[in-house]
Design a protein. Structure first.
Length: 96
């Protein structure tokens, strides 16, 4: 199953500092998931001034419950970078 995750950062003044502090560990996990073909693509959401305010992630994983388990151990959750996230099942186009 494929899913789009949209995560929104906390809006307090220290949120960007928490993001930077957790970034290395977050990216290491994301790299591993990409190598395992679970995380297909990811990137930062930007506001109109170019400031990071969240993330988008595309996953190919067995179930929504397994995806939630992955998200809940992400350093951006435990470090209080992401305030909330939404999960939408999607179907990505793959040429035959």
């Amino acid at each position: 199953m494929q899913f789009l995750v949209t995560a929104h950062d906390f809006k307090d003044d220290e949120a960007i500092n928490r993001r930077q502090a957790a970034r290395t560990e977050h990216l290491a996990g994301a790299t591993k998931l990409m190598q395992d073909n679970i995380l297909l693509s990811a990137g930062a959401l930007l506001d109109d001034s170019g400031k990071m305010v969240g993330s988008t992630l595309l996953y190919d994983i067995v179930s929504k419950s397994e995806l939630i388990k992955l998200l809940e151990v992400d350093p951006y959750i435990s470090s209080k970078v992401w305030e909330k996230y939404s999960i939408q099942e999607i179907k990505l186009y793959k040429p035959e």
